[in-house]
Design a protein around this ligand. Sequence first.
Ligand code: EPU
Length: 346
Amino acid sequence: MTGRQLPDFVERDVDLATRTTLALPGRAAFYAEIRSTAQLERLAGTRALRRFVLGAGSNLVLTGDFDGIVLHMAISGRQLIGEDDDAWYVRAGAGENWHQLVNWTLVKGCWPGLENLALIPGTVGAAPIQNIGAYGLEMADRLQSLEAFDLRTGKTLRFDRDACRFAYRDSIFKHEGWHLNARLVITRVTLRLAKAWRPLTAYADLAAELDRQQLGRPNARQIADAVIAVRRRKLPDPAVLPNAGSFFHNPLVDAAVGERLAAAHPNLPRYPQADGRVKLAAGWLIEQSGWKGRDLGRAGMYEKQALVLVNRGGATGTEVVALARAVQASVGERFGVELTPEPVFL
Ligand code: EPU
């Protein structure tokens, strides 16, 4: 399919800056707002154009113009699809706003379980791809299954939790060719919210906030509110200061490397993993490398959370890439640890 043969719902020459939270300049040659799988069926089999699937643009670095087609996921709907003795099952369209879904589960039905993931920017469809996580909980802990449309075959596939192969900020959807040319498009996600609810309040910042509010036995709504308070204090609102959340992964290193670093830097926050590796706090490494609150061009590392790269106003993708490389070089030189970017680059 060439540009001339595209369905009539495809727009041309669309500004992307306003559709991404880092607000970097860039335009899409073609752009389609996807409200149904029927639209995806009409786009199936097209290989002539490069494709990119866009949610809320909250994990995206635009490096310039895109000469292909951007599929903006706007499939809506959220409902309780069932319940058994053990759990409630909630299904939501890929285009639903994640935070609004979290709120809805707490308000509408009092179905607890997503409260620690309150206020994470982005859409429901994007959440499983990088296995969003915060304050001791991640998507993998709640996902039951998802549906995804395969643009190459025109078929809808179902992935249960295990098939998603979740890991820290990772899933099968980042691998095995699924991401190449946006072959697979997540359309619907089903969550399992266990009736035997247990509050997860061990994460240091969250525990401190609950203590501050003198909430000994908080309910799910109170935990969500505490998470929101912590996030608002530490993370910049993209509407005020454009950003894409954490810009780097927290690096996972071998136990021996973790021990060597701990001996040299006793204050370095370290989180031992089940597989023997150790997760390090990238924000700490960046701060100690002198980048907290420091700018390069019109981009900088946020003064209250060094892991968050911010656009101070008018930054370009080139400036962001230059800053990211400079931060990586400093951390590499000082600690011998490699930082890998968390957002997707387009
Ligand atoms: N730290 C510093 N200096 C900084 C920032 C952090 O020393 O400038 C230290 C903190 O004192 C703390 C440790 O680093 O000891 C961890 O910091 P924090 O609790 O703020 O969390 P994080 O590891 O920086 C991760 C996620 C966030 C998530 C929070 C809370 C990643 C890449 N980031 O950040 O997720 O909200 O934990 O669970 O895993 C995101 O992915 O976009 C994101 C915001």
